[in-house]
Design a protein around this ligand. Structure first.
Ligand code: ATP
Length: 344
């Protein structure tokens, strides 16, 4: 059953159309990621689902009820936003307890039980007596998440909740978040502009651009079967290589662009002459930058090899590179939509 549904959800800020007719359906227990570049409308969409922003048009349904006109507190949701605010003068315990006290109706024991439960999910029981200033950034983040969980919401809305963490902490927080989300089976919407985070966490991903949905699918769908050239280039690090032909675009991913050898040679491959300009060592991987030659114009592309790869390529040399034909993706030039294979 869909726990959250939006129908034609639209928001104008004056002349700016921030969100443009979004139809979305999120299933019970699902972790749905909303991914897109800065300014594409992710936060505005989330704020409308939360009730913090009044839609210009459309509807929000939560658990089968039309909540479009309801204030945030009347919706069965909890939120953690990028700029989560903890109360500096309160202990961690009181920070987590605050929304429960505000709701009222809990005995002291019940409050204690709920706070301890929420703190244990994020592993911060030993911090309950501290004040926020005595915590690291990552610990503060966990307090904010515990506070949201303590309300036992039907839906958790997270807007870039990990953006204040350094890369290493971010990876472990991601893991933690995903584990408790799975364990509690809590329907979650997670907003990010970070495609690695999106691919790693989402059951499904909504890719947005210019206030609209470009594609909705599993991480595998959106990565391997991008429905649009925008999605193909936005996902992946680096994104898909695109060659512009007369009336269409053809693309392949950097890791699919490999050195031709006698062992790998086969009929199912397209061969390119690749003049290497630079090799960038990145630890586990290396990126090979260069140009594809032999067409009317030159195309800058990049290949991605494992650093352990036995294929050795050097700058200022030209090689034969191949892509499996079934890995080539074709897009129409105007709107960028996926099309059937063409010859080139
Ligand atoms: P980011 O990743 O940078 O947070 P976003 O995808 O969350 O971006 P939104 O914050 O939803 O994007 O903004 C969408 C568009 O609406 C942008 O063009 C933004 O400038 C505009 N916008 C957002 N809030 C307001 C506001 N209160 N008044 C006017 N314009 C706004």
């Amino acid at each position: 059953m869909a726990v959250i549904e939006t129908k034609g959800l639209t928001k104008y800020f004056g002349e700016v159309k921030a969100v443009d007719g979004i139809d979305l359906s999120i299933q019970e227990g699902e972790l749905m990621v909303i991914l897109g570049p800065s300014g594409c409308g992710k936060t505005t969409l989330m704020r409308m689902i939360a009730g913090l922003e009044k839609p210009t048009g459309g509807e929000v349904m939560i658990a089968g009820e039309n909540v479009t006109e309801l204030p945030p507190r009347a919706r069965p949701i909890a939120m953690v936003f990028q700029s989560y605010a903890l109360y500096p003068h309160m202990t961690v315990f009181n920070n987590i307890a605050f929304p429960l006290k505000a709701r009222g109706g809990f005995s002291k024991e019940e409050l204690k039980e709920k706070v301890e439960w929420a703190a244990s999910i994020l592993g911060i029981e030993r911090l309950l007596a501290r004040k926020p200033r005595e915590l690291s950034g990552g610990e503060r983040q966990r307090v904010a998440l515990s506070r949201a969980l303590a309300k036992e919401p039907g839906v958790l809305l997270l807007d870039e909740p990990l953006s204040n963490l350094d890369a290493k902490l971010r990876a472990s927080a991601r893991d933690e978040l995903q584990r408790f989300q799975r364990r509690l089976g809590i329907t979650t919407i997670f907003v990010t502009h970070d495609q690695i985070e999106a691919l790693g966490m989402g059951d499904r991903i909504v890719v947005m651009s210019g206030g609209k949905i470009v594609q909705v699918g599993t991480p595998r769908d959106v990565y391997h079967d991008s429905s649009n050239v925008f999605v193909a280039q936005f996902l992946g690090s680096p994104g898909m290589n695109i060659l512009e032909m007369d009336d269409f675009l053809v693309g392949f991913r950097p890791e699919q662009f490999t050195l031709k050898t006698h062992e790998t040679e086969s009929d199912g491959q397209k061969t390119f002459s690749f003049s290497v300009t630079r090799v960038e060592y990145l630890g586990a991987d290396q990126l090979i930058y260069g140009n594809i030659e032999g067409y009317e114009r030159e195309y800058h592309v990049v290949a991605k090899f494992s650093s352990e790869s036995t294929s050795i390529v050097e700058a200022n040399h030209t090689y034969e590179f191949v892509v499996n034909r079934d890995q080539l993706r074709y897009f129409e030039k105007q709107a960028g939509s996926r099309i059937e294979p063409r010859s080139f």
